[in-house]
Design a protein around this ligand. Sequence first.
Ligand code: IMP
Ligand code: MG
Length: 185
Amino acid sequence: MEEIILSEEEIARIVDELGARLTKDLANEERPPVFICVMKGAMPFFSDLIKKVKLDIVCDYVQLTSYGGGLASSGTISMDKDIATCLDDRTVVIVEDIVDSGLSIDFLTKHIKSRFKPKKVLVCALFDKFCARKNEVTVDYFGARLPEAKFLVGYGLDYRQLLRNVPYVFVPDKEEIAAWDELDP
Ligand code: IMP
Ligand code: MG
């Protein structure tokens, strides 16, 4: 590995802080806010985060595919699973692993606003890779900002569907990537 970006302890601290902020900021909602997990990358982050939100909330998920599965984004987004909850008049919190080009969040936000009339749509991402942004999206809550467009794996972030189960986030080296390619996942 080239470098650890977030250790398990750092992730736990970030999740605690974000959970506390969301609990405070969403305390006076009339109806339970809807937290939406963007599968599959946000799965571990979402599951840890919702346990730190001490409010009545509703959970749902969508599945988007943007990366071709390797090191670079394909640039086209497909929705493999849509939202099942009616989001009219609700505050929505989209939970993402990482906002990179911003295309996925832009796509999902527009999709939600065209299908429903939500009160407010907020974005909470573990990572904000702001240097890679291709359009204007607001990340309302982020765990860490990445000043360089490094390729990360672990804690939901995958390389060819592998590494999502690793409990910390790191930058892989060339030898590791070659070994994962050998597995032909
Ligand atoms: P965007 O549409 O370019 O913002 O990409 C967002 C999606 O691409 C994220 O939800 C991730 O699933 C994936 N992604 C972006 N950067 C990385 C990375 O460094 N490692 C693994 N997946 C990534
Ligand atoms: Mg993702």
